[in-house]
Design a protein around this ligand. Structure first.
Ligand SMILES: Cc1cc2nc3c(=O)[nH]c(=O)nc-3n(C[C@H](O)[C@H](O)[C@H](O)COP(=O)(O)OP(=O)(O)OC[C@H]3O[C@@H](n4cnc5c(N)ncnc54)[C@H](O)[C@@H]3O)c2cc1C
Length: 352
């Protein structure tokens, strides 16, 4: 059963918004453009009503006199807040002149930390093979990081200074501290132990890596921020093709952990030379290939020889550097006919 079917349809005041605009036609066009860009399913239920669905809830837009009523339904406070932020961020991006015209019926208090943000303490930090740091953190109320999303934003405060964290402004939006005061990067939740409360993140050590440099000098007891979870859940299909570079290894490992023993398909991992990351066992029907850039192997060449599976039985998962993810998305969509609903293709980092 999909999440949408299990959602309570009651809209809470903090999920109820209003966009004051005299041109709701143009705004509906913008919603359609945003959904096309982000490949989100949108159902135009009528000339006056749009419904956008995502893994974590649904957003309804209804035309009214002098504006558009927005109502968001989600299963947790954190997810509802994330969808609110998504609506506001898309308006900032696509229609900046309307940014100040968006209001919500209720919002968490100004100056408080966002509902999907938690502080956590570093409890251990150790090398994981030659190429990764394994960071374990603990904190109050981290249970939300065990479901609905595989990823989070890890916020690392400036060393030596007074830690500054994101807070809500008087419009209910997240106000981040200056980048020099808080460095934020996206990571995969490798595991969360509900008994000990320990949350594990594996960070790839690459040249110029701001986060890995921070971790190199961090000590147990240091405070970090966690925002999320987000980014979707583990793919679920009888036939899986999973491919990624070093930054995707923690996510691939988590997907392998969750995979039923009957799954068939291929996992491809591309590394500079050798891979000493502790990967879980694959189901018997999954082939795992470690590709070495030093030998000239690439994900793209390996993907070309892989059985992607039948259209209604497969899921294709790909994460790597931005240009490669963009090219792979185009190839899979246009040449292989792999649709959005049966794939996750994501830019995990960007060449500087
Ligand atoms: C959904 C998602 C999940 C992710 N999960 C993980 C994870 O579990 N573990 C993990 O290690 N990473 C993961 N990443 C990738 C990580 O967010 C990026 O590598 C990010 O740039 C790291 O931030 P930073 O603070 O270390 O460096 P930044 O300050 O962002 O970048 C500093 C410099 O490093 C360069 N750089 C960044 N990544 C790489 C790289 N891989 N190789 C070479 N140069 C690089 C940048 O181009 C820049 O020049 C994930 C990304 C996404 C979007």
């Amino acid at each position: 059963m999909s999440l949408q079917n299990t959602l309570t349809k009651t809209v809470r005041p903090d999920g109820q918004g209003w966009l004051a605009t005299s041109d709701s036609d143009a705004f509906f066009d913008l919603v359609m453009d945003a959904c096309k860009l982000w490949e989100l399913p949108v159902a135009q239920q009528s000339r006056t009503h749009l419904v956008v669905t995502s893994d974590i809830g649904e957003i309804n837009f209804a035309r009214a006199d002098a504006g558009v009523a927005i109502s968001i339904v989600s299963d947790t406070d954190a997810n509802l807040f994330m969808l609110r932020e998504t609506v506001a961020a898309q308006i900032d991006y696509f229609a900046p002149t309307l940014a100040d015209c968006l209001t919500w019926d209720a919002a968490p208090d100004t100056g408080t930390m966002p509902p999907n943000f938690r502080l956590a303490k570093v409890v251990s930090l150790a090398p994981l093979g030659v190429h990764f740091w394994r960071l374990t953190v603990m904190g109050d109320d981290l249970g939300a990081f065990s479901h609905t999303g595989l990823h989070l934003r890890l916020a690392l405060p400036e060393r030596g200074g007074r830690a500054q964290w994101p807070v809500l402004n008087d419009r209910g939006r997240v106000r981040w501290p200056d980048k020099s005061a808080l460095h934020v990067a996206v990571y995969t939740i490798r595991s969360f132990d509900p008994v000990s409360g320990g949350l594990v993140i594996d960070v790839f050590r690459h040249a110029g890596g701001t986060s890995s440099d921070w971790l190199e000098q961090a000590v147990p007891g240091a405070m970090v921020g966690l925002m999320g979870p987000g980014g979707g859940w583990v793919p679920d299909a009888p036939h899986l093709v999973i491919a990624g570079d070093e930054t995707a290894i923690p996510a691939i490992a988590r997907i392998l952990d969750a995979m039923p023993g009957t799954t068939t398909g291929t996992a491809l991992i591309e590394v500079a030379e050798t891979c000493d990351y502790p990967l879980p066992d694959c189901p018997a029907g999954m082939d795992l290939h470690l590709l070495s850039r030093a030998r000239g192997d690439t994900l793209e060449t390996a993907m070309a020889g892989v059985d992607l599976g039948a259209a209604d039985h497969r899921y294709v998962w790909f994460a790597a550097e931005k240009d490669r993810a963009t090219a792979m998305r185009q190839h899979l969509r246009e040449t292989q006919g792999v649709g959005r609903h049966e794939s996750y293709i994501s830019a995990y980092w960007q060449r500087g």
